[in-house]
Design a protein. Structure first.
Length: 372
């Protein structure tokens, strides 16, 4: 138990003021973003800051905090703090559908070194850990997904190696067949590792927004040229519409990666002997943005998938995606690059008609910028 208050002696008006002598300190504590609650030894609220009343509906002076936050682990921590342990911390889940993860620290104190238990007070500090928990879960899910994606080709490689070392050791035909499959699996792992490294690099640069100005024709046309042979193999042709002299603010290499991923996807998933139309135009809903839309002719994407397409390793058709060499990271890379650029990606689709991936990028709004 803390026998000396970490705060100054209590004021006489216990229902309206925090028990501290310094008005300045009261002001500071009142404006802290984390909820603070001061109760007596029974749990009755003596004081709380505005953050606490916003966080806990119904919190007010005179109400029992133990009844408001009615959880056995909180009551146990409170009793231990009052009973002599002085400081306690407990993690709880709080709320209904929008559940939050909270860390509550309870510190008992008294202004009188000889005070008995009934005179002890308790200061509650509450920290919302929801964002951190979600981040931890995202990282855990990402590691698990990446491990799974690597484990599959690796297991295939190991299986073929064992076969070539054993039953097929002297089988020339099997060796040629297996080596071809092994090479493809190795390339798959290489693509995945390249995309993981690329995504990591992009995330590290997200806080550093680019400020150079590039012409869209200098970014998109070279990408389309590099994919022309791939498109011709499927009988797909490109059609360009709009203003390709338009300028945007961005990193030329990263924007090239955005359009390479999107146009390559349009080729992979588009119908054979179809058209990919790429349109450059001002974005009607925001004068600060310019639109480059990649419109394919494809089976389309069901509405339930659209909001999840930019998630890491999310695939509409896992088997087909792996068959055509997808890593499941392409659209995640696009999203993070556009986030760094202050842009965004809009996706719309009509089944049996096609999909539109609309890249929105900031553009220079004055002649001085455009001349740089």
């Amino acid at each position: 138990m803390l026998t000396q208050s970490p705060l100054a002696p209590m004021t006489t008006d216990m229902t309206t003021e925090l028990p501290v002598k310094s008005r300045e300190l009261q002001t500071v504590l009142a404006h802290l973003p984390d909820p603070l609650i001061h109760t007596d030894s029974q749990g009755t609220v003596v004081w709380h800051n505005p953050s606490a009343s916003q966080f806990f509906t119904g919190l007010e002076s005179g109400r029992n905090a133990l009844e408001l936050i009615d959880l056995p682990e909180v009551r146990q921590a409170f009793e231990q703090a009052i009973g002599g342990d002085g400081q306690q911390a407990v993690d709880i889940k709080w709320g209904g559908l929008k559940r939050r993860y909270l860390n509550i620290r309870l510190v008992s104190f008294s202004a009188d070194r000889t005070a008995d238990t009934s005179e002890l007070q308790v200061l509650w500090s509450v920290h919302d850990m929801t964002a951190q928990r979600q981040l931890d879960k995202t990282r855990t899910d990402f590691v698990a997904a990446a491990s799974h994606e690597l484990r599959t080709p690796l297991a295939s490689l190991m299986g073929f190696v064992e076969t070539l070392q054993g039953p097929a050791k002297d089988d020339e035909e099997a060796r040629e067949q297996f080596l071809g499959i092994m090479a493809e699996q190795a390339r798959r792992m290489s693509r995945l590792i390249d995309d993981l490294l690329s995504l990591s690099k992009i995330e590290m640069e997200e806080g550093d927004s680019p400020n150079t100005i590039v012409r869209l024709e200098d970014v998109v046309f070279p990408v389309a040229d590099s994919l022309t042979l791939t498109a011709k193999e499927r009988g797909i042709r490109f059609v360009f519409e709009g203003d390709w002299k338009a300028q945007v603010i961005g990193d030329k290499d990263q924007l090239g990666q955005v359009f390479s991923n999107l146009i390559e996807n349009a080729i992979k998933y588009g119908h054979p002997d179809s058209t990919i139309t790429i349109i450059s135009r001002p974005y009607a809903d925001d004068p600060h943005l310019h639109s480059v839309a990649i419109c394919d002719q494809s089976p389309g994407i069901a509405p339930k998938h659209l909001s999840r397409l930019t998630e890491r390793f999310y695939r509409v058709d896992k088997a087909r995606s792996r068959q055509i060499g997808g890593t499941g990271l392409g659209l995640a890379i696009v999203k993070h690059i556009l986030y760094r650029h202050g842009g965004r990606l809009l996706i719309s689709s009509e089944q049996d008609v096609g999909s539109v991936f609309d890249v929105l990028l900031p553009h220079p709004l004055n002649e001085t910028q455009a001349a740089l």
